[in-house]
Structure formats: C-alpha cells, structure tokens
Design a protein around this ligand. Structure first.
Ligand code: PBG
Length: 336
C-alpha cells in the first residue's frame, strides 16, 4: 500500500479550486427552511431578546419578511404563532381566524410559490404551556390513575387533527406535528384526508428530544410549560434505538418527511435515521444552537459566520437533506 511520501493528501487542499473540486458535502438555499414567529397586530416587529436578529412579526410584516426569504431562494418558511388568548385546550390553534391560519393565508396569497409549513403543537396556545390536553378532573377523559398534569394522548390527537385541517385550509402546504404525541401522524393524515386535503404533506418531528437547547425558543414563542418539563412526551437524550423506533412508527403512519431535533448534539441520530430510512430527512438547528453562537460572537470569542456555516455543513454531512435554521437568510447571503 502506497503511503507518504508518495501519497500526500495535502495535494488536494492546495488551492480553493482544488478544494471545491473534491468537496463532498454541499450547502445551498434549496436545503434551508426559515422559521417565523407571528403575533397579532399590525406593523409589529418585536425583537426577541434571547435570539438576536429575530423578531415576533405581525401578519403584514411577516409577509414582507417572507418576500425577502423567497427572493433569497429559500423554498419554505415554518410558522409559529403567539395567540391572543391561551386556554386549557389551546382553542386558538383550531380557530380559522387564529394567528397561524391568518399568516398562512396572507403569505400564500402574496407568494404562492413559497412553501408554508405549520408547526403543529399546542404548547404556544395552552395556558399551562404543555403540548396538548392535560388530565384534569374537570375535563372529559380524566383518569385518576395518571395524575393531574399528565398529557392525555388520544384527546390531544383529536384536537391536533382539527387544527391541522384549519391550518391546511388556510393555505399551509405542510403540517409539522411537533408534540411527540403517539399516533400524531396517523391522526393528522386521516383528518386531512377526510377534509379532502390529500395534497397536504406531513413533516413529522419524528425524533424530538427533551432538550435544554430549546431555552431561547420558549421566550420567542412565549410557550414555557407552567410546571414540569416535556419529558413525559419528548424523548430522553440518552436513547438511540427509541429514536429509530419513533421514526419507524411515523413512516408506517404515513409521514412524508422526517425530522430529527435538535441537530448538533444529535448528529449520530441524523446519520442513523438517514441510513435506515428512505424518506427525506430534515434536521432542526434549534434556538439554543443559534443563540449560543450569537452570544459567543458578541463577545468576540468566535466568528459567527464561520461557525454557523460549519455547523450547517456538519448537519448536512451527518445526513440531513434539509435544515430548519435561524441562520437561513444569513447563510444564503454568506454563501453568495
Ligand atoms: C413545540 C416546539 C418547540 C420548538 C419547536 N416546536 C419547543 C419545545 O418543544 O419545547 C423548539 C424550537 C427551537 O428551540 O428553536 N411547539
């Protein structure tokens, strides 16, 4: 076997042209999805303290932001809503006049080519901040064995289906259930099909971990749980086989696209899902991954642009076909 000095791997690193020629992984606008946070009002652009560079927008300002995103060649936005009122069952999530249906309608009207993905979860809409209906003696389906505060799975499924139909009827192209509720993909698929929304795709947050990296997001979406955490439904960071099982179930239930979340601390999961399943795979580079870099860059400790692009590339290298990222716009500009 030939070795040094005959073999010199550095030959292929000696110039930019040579490095471009042998580059194995690509990153382009086509692979990015930009999240947007929408609230009621007009002309709103309310900066999110924990996520520098991002704001809560009203429908009108979100449409302008979506125009910029589309002009940059990014194919999709992911919508999160901050409701006017929160209640025990998250009513605004299945209200046709709710904030996300309004935004989906306005964005599709202005930009029919831009894909609108709706994050389908109840945590932003419930007064307790959990991702569905809780076990409560005052509600139907109460089970004293489960204890108060337990998230009721099947009662939540029914509402998820209802909300998915409302968001899809308003214009969402893709529904992205993010609550880690058992059966959420099948429940949403059958609700959509029963409403003649066969064209609407489902991007499942198939392996979503209970993660501290969501910290800044809870500020952005005003959705922290009022008690406890999400570990009774989101996955334990220690588990790999369970993630593959979760993904397998979502494939069987009819998911069109899969997602692993968060990204950087779960590159091994992205790789294993990519190797085992043939559906398109998304990774969510979450708020904490973004804000940590922003904070360190503000202190001059690291180069934001370099670290952001390196992280995005590593997520692609691990096997993600597409990435949901708060750097979507910046990344496209940097890549130009
Ligand atoms: C749930 C949801 C969350 C995120 C996306 N969808 C919060 C959570 O699960 O606690 C987090 C995204 C991020 O941190 O960027 N609706």
């Amino acid at each position: 076997m030939a070795t040094y000095p005959t073999v010199r791997p550095r030959r292929l690193r000696q110039s930019d042209a040579m490095r471009r020629l042998v580059r194995e992984t690509s990153l382009s606008a086509d692979q990015l999805i930009a999240p947007l946070f929408i609230r009621h009002g007009a002309g709103v652009n309310k900066p999110i303290a924990s996520m520098p560079g991002h704001s809560q927008l009203s429908v009108d300002t979100a449409v302008r932001e979506a125009e910029t995103i589309a002009e940059l060649g990014i194919p999709a936005v992911l919508l999160f809503g901050i409701p006017a009122h929160k209640d025990a069952v998250g009513s605004e999530n299945f209200d046709p006049e709710g904030i996300v249906p309004q935004a989906a309608y306005a964005i599709k009207k202005a930009l029919p080519e831009l894909l609108v993905i709706s994050d389908m979860c109840f945590c932003e809409y419930t007064d307790h901040g959990h991702c569905g209906i809780l076990n409560n003696p005052e509600h139907p389906g109460y089970d004293p064995q489960l204890g108060e505060g337990y998230l009721l799975n099947d009662a939540t499924l029914a509402l998820l289906g209802k909300a998915a139909v409302v968001h899809a009827q308003a214009g969402a192209d893709i529904i992205a259930p993010s609550g880690m509720i058992d059966g959420m993909v099948a429940g949403i698929r059958s609700a959509l099909d029963a409403a003649d929304l066969q064209r609407v795709a489902i991007m499942s947050y198939a392996a979503k971990y209970s993660s501290g990296f969501y910290g800044p997001f809870r500020d952005a979406a005003e959705s922290p749980p009022s008690f406890g955490d999400r570990s009774q439904y989101q996955m334990d960071p220690a588990n790999t086989r369970e993630a593959l099982r979760e993904v397998e179930l979502d494939v069987e239930e009819g998911a069109d696209l899969l997602m692993v979340k968060p990204a950087l601390a779960y590159l091994d999961i992205i790789r294993q899902v990519k190797d085992r399943f043939d559906l398109p795979l998304a990774a969510y580079q979450v708020s904490g991954e973004y804000s940590m870099v922003k904070a360190a860059a503000e202190r001059g400790w690291i180069d934001e642009r370099r670290v952001a692009l390196e992280s995005l590339l590593s997520i692609r290298r691990a096997g993600a076909d597409m990435i949901i990222t708060y750097w979507a716009k910046d990344a496209v500009r940097w890549l130009r």
